[in-house]
Design a protein around this ligand. Structure first.
Ligand SMILES: Cc1ncc(CO)c(N)n1
Length: 222
């Protein structure tokens, strides 16, 4: 059984930025997957861009892993992040399979502006100047947006096309949901001990992740 969640900073911030959170997790592209009206060329665009994103996300998560070993209070924190890194290894394989299934040649896909900007943002977060609690808040938000979005495509009454349920299961499955909750709990614990300045920065970073996620979905419009 899951531990009952206590409300922390992240939930407070999500309430405050609810409409942006909804924009990130219920984007037209996601809704179109759920209702079956998705344009397959949009899906292919997303697939190619997300493959490039994931390649940039790996070093970011590796950086979180290193910091989890040094800066986290509990030994299990590192294992949670290691699990995330391991699933990225599977994810890259999954992308390659999907690429050939859909005829998307990743070697010719060029990162669009929103993707480049998101990568630059991730790189900035890898600086040792950025507090660990801030990095973890970003890490949680990045994962949680995909979890919430794709779980929505699998929810009751969905008309998600069969050939897209693999993508939805990848992030919408219950194991990924549990993993996101574990990351959230670690972030919340770190935020409890964070300075006022770090809290201001963490909220700002959360908002910026949500904005980057909206811009990322927007690329699927072509
Ligand atoms: C844009 C984007 N955000 C988050 C994830 C993973 O959670 C992903 N694969 N791509």
């Amino acid at each position: 059984m899951e531990k009952p969640e206590k409300r922390g900073m992240i939930d407070t911030w999500l309430d405050k930025h609810r409409s942006l959170y909804t924009a990130a997790t219920r984007h037209d592209f996601v809704v179109s997957i759920r209702d079956g009206s998705v344009d397959l060329s949009s899906f292919k665009t997303w697939l190619g861009q997300d493959y490039l994103f994931v390649r940039e996300f790996v070093p970011f998560v590796a950086n979180v892993l290193i910091r989890a070993g040094k800066e986290s209070g509990e030994t299990s924190d590192m294992e949670v992040v290691l699990g995330g890194l391991a699933s990225l290894n599977d994810e890259i394989e999954w992308f390659k399979n999907e690429g050939s299934k859909w005829g998307v040649d990743f070697s010719t896909v060029v990162a669009q502006k929103a993707n480049q900007e998101y990568s630059r943002f991730l790189e900035a977060l890898m600086s040792s100047e950025v507090e660990y609690s801030v990095v973890l808040t970003a890490f949680w938000a990045i994962e949680a947006v995909y979890q919430e979005s794709f779980a929505h495509c699998l929810g009751d009454g969905n008309k998600t096309p069969a050939e897209l349920t693999g993508a939805c299961n990848r992030w919408g499955n219950d194991g990924f949901r549990q993993y996101c909750l574990s990351v959230k709990n670690i972030a919340e614990r770190c935020l409890e001990n964070a300075s006022g300045d770090a809290l201001v920065e963490a909220e700002d970073v959360l908002v910026r992740v949500l904005e980057h996620e909206v811009a990322f979905w927007e690329m699927s419009r072509g």
